[in-house]
Design a binder for this molecule. Sequence first.
Ligand code: SAH
Ligand code: SF4
Ligand code: F3S
Length: 445
Amino acid sequence: MSVSYYIETYGCQMNVADSELIEGVLKEQGLILSHDINTADVIMVNTCAVRDHAEAKVHTRLGQFHKIKRQRPDVLIGVLGCMAQHLKNDLLENKPYVDIVLGPDSYRRLPEILRRKQEKKHIVDTKLSKYEVYDNLFPSRKEGINAWVSIMRGCDKFCTFCIVPFTRGRERSRRIESIVHEVTKAVADGFVEVTLLGQNVNSFKTGDKQFPDLLDSVAQVPGLQRIRYTSPHPQDVDSELLDVMAKHKNICNSIHLPLQAGSDRILKRMNRTYTKKHFMALADQIRNNLPGVGISTDIIVGFPGETEAEFQETLDVMHHVKFDSAFTFKYSSRPHTKAAEYTDHISEDVKQNRLERMITLQKEHTLFRNQEVVGSVLSVMVEKESKRSTDQWAGRTDSNKWVLFDKVNASVKEIVSVKINRAHGVSLHGSLVNKGVNDEVDKNI
Ligand code: SAH
Ligand code: SF4
Ligand code: F3S
């Protein structure tokens, strides 16, 4: 009988893409995906280490897996991904029920490891590679709108708060032809949108080709309606990138521009390589070059040593840019990182207070940006049924805003023109105008 496996995924989209890759590898070897943790022969968790909270969730989950293993001693438990690295010692010492520990560059070994499953010893492989990009493997994707396509792996930026360079290793890029081939296949499989993924997408480099060249090639894949990418680093956003975004209708008019902090002293301490002034000028340049663009961001509050005045500088940048949306985080000290060694950590209360003030401000800005588009007609990709009403569709604009509208004369995966009637919370409400892409309207709001 064939072996069945169950997999749970935490963390960023890179992990989601990696889990699809793992599923692709296992499917090819005849293993069967199971959605029932209680009957699967192998239980795996693809983990994230970016903040303490992310790790805590996995520890809780592992406790539950342990109970299953007590009832079914033959089940194999695997811990994959970003936590594997430093969980390794903890596992060997404290969690003997975990059979397999694999880091993000070791997934090719999974079938071989599962074949050897009768050997009752632990298998640990957390070696990071300078070369592994899983170029010739195909992810097994679920039916859907968007296909995640990993274009590069690792990160060489070493922001002082961040564990990713330690969990994912050095930066390396896939070949353009291989990426284009994968995108073409995704379109043939029915996907209408791709999101190009990397910890630093715009550090992408193969030979003399860089990220804007890749975007230009992907945009020409016939039938591909939408392209998104995440995450770029502000340092490497240049006019070539903005030009190629403006040139192709199918490259979505949105950009994720992680700010992290607004004070120059903190930015320097974070090793972010740009200043407050540079970031604000860049955001202005983006809004000028790409009318109607949506700008989202990531911000950390309470980085070691951050004073109230320095926190206010982050709010200054928010006031200036008025981000369309933001992911906001309390600083979490991470092993191996430089910032973990700083001695001036901020108290939990102060972090919580700053986070709450920041969220309040961001809500105002999201509403401000959403109100700006009220009255205009935008191109919306119909993605799914609205959670609130079975009579309504939920779709996204080019600029990455959710729009809800009545389900008349439109179906999933179609791009339709929607008149925006009102902004409420983080969503927009509209009504269908007519079918068909209406980019002129979209880009000129
Ligand atoms: N490579 C991406 C982000 C990876 S992690 C980039 O550079 O944009 C996603 C976000 O988590 C980061 O942008 C940062 O805001 C946040 N983050 C990373 N490390 C963190 C830490 N130690 N504490 C709190 N937030 C953190
Ligand atoms: Fe982490 Fe900075 Fe690399 Fe992003 S760019 S993954 S925040 S080290
Ligand atoms: Fe987490 Fe690893 Fe992604 S640490 S954010 S899963 S790269």
